[in-house]
Design a protein around this ligand. Structure first.
Ligand SMILES: Nc1ncnc2c1ncn2[C@@H]1O[C@H](COP(=O)(O)OP(=O)(O)OP(=O)(O)O)[C@@H](O)[C@H]1O
Ligand SMILES: [Mg+2]
Length: 365
């Protein structure tokens, strides 16, 4: 090819513009995802942002970009520089103040205790972080904080600029009320006091820069939970349940609580779906079968994941190394990664249809 017929940036721009972004199905031009194109001696360098940290999506996007450029001809090398740039969702209550630096808050909840909320929260957080997102995990369970044990960190956090610096574990910034309170003193506070504590806690943590903040909520649908979901601008909630009828009934209560406060439900995670003894192919549905799918359908939400009963999952929770990291190729870890991806896709779409309005920061001098 002669220099005279060299590829132009306009040609590249045009070809790229029609490529579809995998999470939203919208094209790169509409989404303004291409930040720079440099054409130099047959080499094309493209800088673009990805709306999610999802590896398979990034790979697909790269393949589609290369295919689109192939139609131009005359390009010897293509260099693609892709950065994850998760956009903030504007969903959730408009009267709740966004947490500084936090783009999306994901609440993990259930009306029922002991169904695996904390286990799901931890494995979701580490899966999102593993995919390359900037992730925080906030243990809002003042009555029985789980994160010190489940994430394997427990120190008194440092202060900077009058704020609490979260601890770091498995690539996730972690903050738990358990880091601050004496674990041996039972907390028998009433709702308003707890809400005040949580509120202060939210405003005083230096998250700095997060794509996703995963919030592990305490069980139930009482005052504490209600205040929490009203105070925090939650982008979406995940409801955890087992397939058992009693758990499902409580899960629906949890779901309704979020709907009442106009918080989108991302979907249901069915935990303890079955047990498959090691080396066997048969699955035992100890808590019943199909409850999660049925409840999801009845309430018009997605069934995001089904997690089996796993000894390793419980052990990972007890020794501070989540199974998503210790056994990344297990069915369970893949199920959690699927959950992380489904959540990232939903939030990317929310950020488009309901972007967060820019807040004007008033600085008093
Ligand atoms: N799929 C599973 N397989 C095996 N053990 C599990 C599974 N899910 C949760 N567990 C274990 O069950 C116990 C309760 O789980 P977890 O603490 O996550 O529930 P929770 O809903 O957060 O409870 P709480 O309501 O007390 O906050 C933990 O010991 C956890 O390790
Ligand atoms: Mg818990």
């Amino acid at each position: 090819m002669t220099h005279g017929s060299q590829v132009t940036t306009e040609q590249v721009q045009q070809a790229l513009g029609l490529v579809k972004e995998p999470a939203t199905g919208r094209n790169l031009a509409d989404l303004k995802l291409v930040t720079d194109i440099v054409v130099e001696n047959g080499t094309v360098r493209i800088h673009l942002d990805s709306l999610t940290p999802i590896t398979t999506h990034k790979q697909k996007l790269e393949r589609d970009i290369r295919a689109a450029l192939d139609t131009i001809g005359g390009i010897e090398h293509t260099v693609i520089d892709m950065r994850t740039k998760v956009r903030p969702s504007g969903s959730g209550r408009t009267d709740a103040q966004p947490i500084p630096g936090v783009r999306n808050v994901i609440a993990v909840a259930s009306g029922k205790g002991g169904v695996g909320k904390s286990t799901v929260a931890v494995n979701l957080a580490v899966s999102l972080a593993k995919a390359g997102a900037k992730v925080g995990l906030l243990d809002a369970d003042v009555y029985g904080p789980s994160m010190p044990l489940m994430m394997g960190v427990n120190e008194r956090p440092l202060m900077r600029d009058n704020k609490i610096v979260p601890l770091q574990a498995h690539g996730v910034k972690v903050m738990s009320i358990g880091f601050i309170l004496d674990p041996n003193k039972a907390l028998i506070w009433r709702g308003p006091l707890v809400a005040q504590l949580i509120n202060q806690f939210l405003n005083d943590v230096l998250w700095e820069d997060l794509d996703y903040l995963v919030l592990d909520l305490p069980p139930g649908t009482g005052d504490v939970q209600l205040t929490l979901v009203q105070k925090i601008p939650i982008s979406g909630a995940i409801i955890v349940t087992t397939p058992q009828d009693v758990a499902l009934a409580d899960a629906v209560k949890g779901l309704k609580m979020f709907q009442e406060v106009k918080t989108p439900i991302l979907g249901i995670v069915e935990n303890m779906s079955w047990f498959q003894p090691p080396g066997q192919t048969e699955r035992y549905h100890i808590f019943g079968e199909g409850g999660g799918a049925r409840t999801a359908e009845e309430n018009g939400v997605e069934l995001l994941a089904q997690v089996p009963i796993e000894m390793a999952l419980r052990e990972g929770g007890d020794n501070g190394l989540p199974m998503s990291l210790s056994e990344p190729n297990s069915l369970t870890a893949r199920e959690f990664m699927g959950l992380a991806e489904a959540v990232a896709v939903q939030l990317a779409n929310q950020a488009l249809t309901k972007p967060r309005k820019p807040t004007i920061m008033l600085k008093t001098v």
